[in-house]
Ligand binder design. Structure first.
Ligand code: ADP
Length: 187
C-alpha cells in the first residue's frame, strides 16, 4: 500500500515520473491536470468552470478541485494506493486531502519533490507546446508554484523526500523508487 504525492514546478517531469512510479508500485497515477483536461475536452460543467483558470495558468478554485479529487480517490482502484500528481497544490488542498484519507483511516506515506532549475523547466515547457504553454502562462504557473505550492514542502517536512529532477528519465525514476523504498522501508 503506497500513497505518494509528487511535488515540483510545472515542467519538472512529474507526469512522466508519476507514470513510471505508478507502474513500479502497482497503484494508479492520478493527475489533476489530466482529469481537468478530460473534463475540458468533454465540455462538462466542471470543465467549463476550470478552463479559464487553466488558460491563465491560475489554480482552479479549491471548491471545484477538491470535489473532483474526492470522487477519484473514492474509486476502487485508488483503495490500493496512488501516485498523486498535481494535487495538493496549496496547503488548504493538503488539509482537504488529509481529511479525505482520514475517512478511510489512511494517510500519505511520502511526498516526493522533484527539484529542478526554473529556467530549465521554462525551456522544456516551451518545447512541449500544450495550449496553455505560452511563455506568459508558463511564467505565471511558475509564480503560482512558488507562492502557493512551495509552502507544501514545509507542511510535509516530516515525510518529504527530495530528489534531483535533472537527468535521464529512467535514471530519475530509479532514483525516485530507491529513495521511496528507503523511506517507507520498502513496504
Ligand atoms: P503543469 O504542472 O505543467 O502546470 P498540470 O497538468 O499539472 O500542468 O496542470 C494544468 C492546470 O490545471 C494548472 O495550471 C491549473 O490551472 C489546473 N490544476 C491542476 N491541478 C490543480 C490543483 N490541484 N488545484 C488547482 N488547479 C489545478
Amino acid at each position: 500500500m503506497t500513497r505518494v504525492v509528487l511535488v515540483g514546478p510545472p515542467g519538472a517531469g512529474k507526469g512522466t515520473q508519476a507514470v513510471a512510479l505508478s507502474g513500479k508500485l502497482g497503484v494508479p497515477h492520478i493527475s489533476t491536470g489530466d482529469l481537468f483536461r478530460k473534463h475540458v475536452s468533454e465540455e462538462t460543467e466542471l470543465g467549463v468552470q476550470a478552463k479559464r483558470y487553466m488558460d491563465a495558468g491560475e489554480l482552479v478554485p479549491d471548491s471545484v478541485t477538491n470535489g473532483m479529487v474526492r470522487q477519484r480517490l473514492a474509486e476502487d482502484d485508488a483503495q490500493r494506493g496512488f501516485v498523486l500528481d498535481g494535487f495538493p497544490r496549496n496547503t488548504a488542498q493538503a488539509g482537504e486531502l488529509e481529511s479525505m484519507l482520514a475517512e478511510y483511516g489512511a494517510k500519505l506515506d511520502a511526498v516526493l519533490e522533484l527539484k529542478v532549475d526554473t529556467e530549465e523547466v521554462v525551456q522544456r515547457l516551451l518545447a512541449r507546446g500544450r495550449t496553455d504553454d505560452t511563455e506568459d502562462v508558463i511564467r505565471n504557473r511558475q509564480n503560482v508554484y512558488h507562492t502557493e505550492t512551495a509552502p507544501l514542502l514545509e507542511y510535509y517536512a516530516d515525510r518529504l523526500i527530495t530528489i534531483d529532477g535533472l537527468g535521464d528519465v529512467d535514471e530519475i525514476s530509479a532514483r525516485a523508487l530507491d529513495a521511496l523504498n528507503a523511506f517507507t522501508g520498502g513496504s
